[in-house]
Design a protein around this ligand. Structure first.
Ligand SMILES: Nc1nc2c(c(=O)[nH]1)N[C@H]1C(S)=C(S)[C@@H](COP(=O)(O)O)O[C@H]1N2
Ligand SMILES: [Mo]
Length: 321
């Protein structure tokens, strides 16, 4: 069992590094970059599909909130959609095709726990209840690669304001669907399904914590975690949970998916920090997917000015893993 448990993650970790894969990927990316340049305008090419049944498609594209600007070009959609982590559909980076079996309608988000007004939202209602906006965010995976993505969604805080957390609520626990018939990865019993993630209530209330319903000017493609995922851009990518079905306000710190598998490597906080190495590799720089470039990694993935104050007084915590 421990052998299997470990192997699950190591597949992903090795994929980020072997020279042969790296070179192949570069060759692939070179040929796709020219086509990809078009995509930054929001024109679509293959990027994983969204379910046609969704009645909220007319809400896209949403207006861009220009507060969130980038220091680098967007990752073309088709490059992004062929380099993903979505273990429910397999432990490789090429899961777009497998993820097509994800059914996103009907889809209910349950919001419960320590709140005054628990509530279930049908996804199409959720997208109409909260005004959608587009934000350009960096994304930094713990495996030392990065992308930049035009997400569409709304701040998690807007949802919390509607359900009104009670005073005992200290953490926000989020959970992905659990359906091994639909998602073959969930038949791999050595993973602690369903995928669980969490934030402190202060983190969840930060304006940057974004609930995502779309990307590249359209409803969210399946491989990106349709129909609802999180984007917390100052943290390693595994915190940005995909295909969320439940958000619970709780008193205790939730045990997260990767923490259950390997707590020494993937902790609760997981804030990006170039100076704190992963036990098996450096975090000083990152491969910018689609460009063949490496860039120095930034503290809090470049969002330090906005989020550093969340961690005042928490120096005793393992904040950067
Ligand atoms: N449910 C679920 N959420 C998940 C994952 C996953 O395997 N399952 N992978 C995480 C990791 S490690 C990363 S880097 C991002 C990848 O998101 P992307 O494919 O849109 O880049 O999703 C995160 N959220
Ligand atoms: Mo990741």
């Amino acid at each position: 069992m421990p052998f299997h448990r470990r192997r699950g993650w190591e597949i992903a970790a090795c994929e980020a590094t072997p020279e042969s894969l790296f070179l192949n990927r570069r060759a692939f990316l070179r040929t796709s970059v020219a086509a990809g340049a078009l995509l930054t305008t929001g024109l679509s090419e293959f990027g994983g599909t969204a379910d046609a049944e969704g009645s909220s498609a007319s809400l896209y594209p949403a207006k861009t909130n220009s507060t969130y600007s980038l220091d680098r070009p967007l990752t073309p959609e088709r490059v992004n959609a062929h380099y993903n982590n979505f273990y429910e559909f397999g432990a490789t980076k090429n899961v777009a095709e497998a993820a097509e079996s994800l059914r996103t309608r009907p889809w209910t988000l349950k919001v419960d726990g320590l709140v005054e007004a628990p509530r279930d939202y049908a996804i199409d209602d959720l997208e109409r209840t909260f005004p959608l906006e587009e934000r350009l965010y960096r994304h930094r995976c713990v495996e030392a690669w990065s992308m930049t993505i035009p997400w569409t969604g709304f701040p998690l805080r807007a949802l919390l304001d509607q359900v009104r957390p009670l005073s005992g609520a200290r953490y926000v626990r989020m959970e992905t669907f659990h359906d091994a018939k639909m998602a073959p990865g969930q038949r791999q019993f050595w993973y602690p399904w369903p995928y669980v993630e969490g934030l402190t209530i202060a983190e969840a209330g930060h304006d940057l914590a974004f609930l995502v319903t779309g990307a590249y000017g359209k409803p969210l493609g399946k491989v990106f975690g349709a129909p609802l995922r999180l984007a917390v851009p100052w943290k390693y990518g595994f915190k940005s949970i995909k295909s969320i079905t439940r958000i619970s306000l709780v008193a205790e710190r939730p045990k997260t998916f990767w923490e259950q598998l390997q707590a020494s490597e993937y902790g609760f906080w997981a804030n990006v920090n170039p100076a704190v190495a992963h036990p098996r590799w450096s975090q000083a720089s990152e491969e910018v997917i689609g460009t063949g470039e490496r860039r120095p990694t930034l503290l809090f993935n470049g969002y330090g000015e906005q989020v550093a104050s969340l961690y005042a007084g928490l120096q005793k915590e393992v904040l950067y893993r």
